[in-house]
Write a protein that binds this ligand. Structure first.
Ligand code: PNS
Length: 172
């Protein structure tokens, strides 16, 4: 039988427990989950794509059914290259729905073989987003329990480096 491969795409800048909860929920449903980090994003990320791939690998590498890659170009073309037809996306709240609905239908338009499957993360993580996690952390808030400890350590390092670089340029 053909392997059921699910692709879980996103920016993952950085990965948090809401993302990891979703990966774990895929286990009984799919043979393999590919966490796919968007490689050609125009946003200013906190971590490079390579850094994000490494950080996610550290979290999911032991699971056995999950691998991490980066991709660029159209998501549906990437799925074709993998021989996958399922996209996993998380739905945290009704507010996610409009954007997700648009993307799912556009992807279906681009490739009718592709289905998007929405999954709800654990309720405790339903307010989590990478953007909020970064904002709270930058302002000194506690993100323990929301983001894996090695990711928090990497964020602390990046923040310290950015502050040194910012301070240096401000001093010139
Ligand atoms: O974590 P994000 O930023 O919500 O993820 C968005 C992502 C990566 C799923 C989306 O931007 C995407 O699929 N980009 C690849 C380019 C593409 O296929 N665009 C058309 C989507 S309808």
């Amino acid at each position: 039988m053909r392997k059921r491969i699910a692709v879980y795409p996103g920016s993952f800048d950085p990965i948090h427990h809401g993302h990891l909860d979703l990966v774990a929920r895929c286990r009984p449903i799919f043979d393999e989950v590919v966490v796919a980090v968007l490689g050609n994003d125009e946003k200013q990320p906190m971590f490079s794509v390579a850094e994000r791939v490494t950080m996610i690998e550290e979290q999911v590498g032991e699971l056995g059914f999950c691998r991490v890659e980066s991709f660029s170009g159209l998501l549906v073309d990437y799925l074709d290259r993998l021989g996958a037809t399922t996209i996993i996306r998380g739905l945290r709240a009704v507010s996610d729905f409009e954007y997700e609905f648009q993307m799912a239908l556009m992807n279906r338009h681009l490739n009718p073989r592709v289905e998007t499957v929405f999954m709800m993360p654990r309720q405790d993580y339903s307010y989590l987003s990478s953007r909020l996690v970064k904002e709270v952390f930058r302002l000194g808030g506690n993100i323990e329990g929301l983001v894996p400890p090695p990711v928090i350590a990497a964020m602390a390092e990046r923040l310290a480096a950015d502050r040194v670089a910012g301070g240096e340029s401000a001093g010139r």
